[in-house]
Ligand binder design. Structure first.
Ligand code: ASP
Ligand code: MG
Length: 436
């Protein structure tokens, strides 16, 4: 059984929604995971923020504006008045719920209820559409089987246990629809898998049902070997290993939610990235295999801050790095890159929420320097320890650009350099010309 996930733009208009059936083959048993209609989750974020700020009037305006969009949406989606009526009931229900949230205390718990409405609406409207055209399908409520634990980690066994009976209850149905992104947390409350989390849902369901393949349908023909917004002539990567895909997803290639690689990797479920606008294109296949001896792709991540701590106390001392890292742990700030010398450590973060506190605490260890507006350029490929020449080629392509940090050998798949964001375009182009 395959799992197919369609992102926000793939369900972004009534026309697009109808066109999903060009891709979905109703003669095969499958689970279709849908995102919210594009733009909706952003609107829901705004509604939640207005409520949290106590600005009920603003929330009401935003809710009305979003509801108006759906009024138009359903008029184009359904042909028969009976189904238009059902569609209207769906949006009345969900927008009524959003409006009613103004009556009580609004906390982060209610905020997550707000965020969940986008996927609940898109899947229900699509399910009604399938009914209108007479295609049998079952809507699986993700809130009945998607579960995260107290550390926000999804529980694959729980998902298996709870989705299997739902599937078994309908042996004669081929098409199952469900919501991406949303789940329940350890308290049983409505929660989510973070922005872009529908990919993660698809991968988790794929793992939970030991799917033959997970397909992530977006609006680009797979992962490209460089950023197509910046470099001309990028090409899709035909094949990637899970490790390579994880590095790329994390360092820039916005096409895949980084965590979504891991469940598929653990249960060896192939993941295919495909293009709704060009369904025949080969896309990118992610499996356990890696094409050997090859630089696969270049990605960039902006908004990076480098922190350097210089201390003579580090010399010949042990426990220094642990104490240093504990500062970041206390402020729940994750570190991307690190380099060390005998008397200094440099590391990077991208979350500046607690930078001031972190800087202050690090001051106890030595002199702290902070550099901003940096970009990590990440070159991904198969660079085993026995390989040679790759680092030289990368650095040669960057020889005219000032480099702040280099990280190599952290994994066999990644060589990262930290540069000024103002040099990013030149770095990506130069690497592209020299490496591909
Ligand atoms: N709708 C959610 C978001 O916009 C999840 C997703 O689309 O993957 O982040
Ligand atoms: Mg996405």
């Amino acid at each position: 059984m395959k799992v197919l996930k369609f992102g926000g733009t793939s369900v972004g208009s009534p026309e697009r929604m109808k066109k999903l059936l060009d891709i979905i083959d109703p003669s095969e048993r499958q689970i279709v995971v849908l995102s919210a209609v594009s733009g909706t989750t952003n609107n829901l974020v705004e509604i939640g923020q207005a409520y949290l700020a106590g600005d009920k009037a603003k929330a009401a305006v935003l809710i009305k504006a979003l509801k108006d969009k759906y009024e138009i949406f359903i008029k184009k989606l359904y042909a028969k008045s009976e189904y238009l009526e059902q569609g209207r009931e769906v949006i009345d229900y969900h927008f009524g719920l959003l409006t009613n949230l103004s009556k009580d205390l609004f906390t982060n718990i209610e905020e997550k209820v707000v965020l969940a409405q986008g996927e609940l609406i898109s899947t229900t409207l699509y399910h009604v559409y399938l009914k209108e055209i007479g295609l049998p399908s079952v809507l699986l409520p993700a809130l009945d089987f998607m579960k995260i634990d107290e550390d926000n980690e999804p529980i694959v066994d729980y998902i298996t246990e709870h989705i299997t009976p739902l599937l078994d209850a309908h042996p004669d149905i081929n098409l199952f629809i469900t919501q991406g992104y949303i789940c329940r947390n350890s308290f049983g409350e409505i929660d989510n898998l973070r922005r872009g989390g529908s990919d993660y849902t698809a991968s988790l369901i794929g793992a939970a049902i030991r799917s033959e393949e997970v397909q992530i349908w977006t609006d680009i023909d797979g992962m490209h070997n460089n950023d197509p917004r910046i470099v001309k002539g990028t090409t899709p990567i035909a094949q990637l290993s899970f490790d390579e895909a994880a590095e790329l997803a994390y360092f820039g290639a916005k096409i895949l939610h980084p965590q979504s690689v891991f469940p598929a990797q653990k249960y060896k479920i192939p993941v295919r990235l495909l293009n709704t606008m060009d369904p025949k294109a080969a896309g990118t296949l992610i499996t356990n295999e890696s094409e050997k001896d090859k630089i696969k792709s270049i990605a960039a991540k902006d908004g990076i801050i480098a922190i350097k701590v210089q201390s003579s106390r580090m010399l010949l001392a042990y426990g220094f790095l642990r104490r240093l890292f504990e500062v970041f742990e206390r402020y729940k700030t994750s570190i991307d890159m690190i380099t060390t010398s005998e008397v200094a450590v440099s590391l990077t973060i991208d979350d500046t929420t607690h930078l001031a506190e972190i800087e202050k605490e690090l001051g106890a260890f030595g002199t702290v320097d902070i550099d901003r507006d940096l970009t990590i350029i990440c070159v991904v490929g198969d660079f085993g320890a026995e390989k040679h020449g790759y680092a030289a080629r990368v650095l040669d392509a960057l020889k005219h650009i000032p480099i702040r940090m280099i990280s190599y050998g952290g994994s066999e798949n990644n060589l990262s350099v930290l540069i000024n964001t103002s040099d990013k375009t030149e770095a990506l182009r130069s690497l592209h010309n020299r490496l591909f």
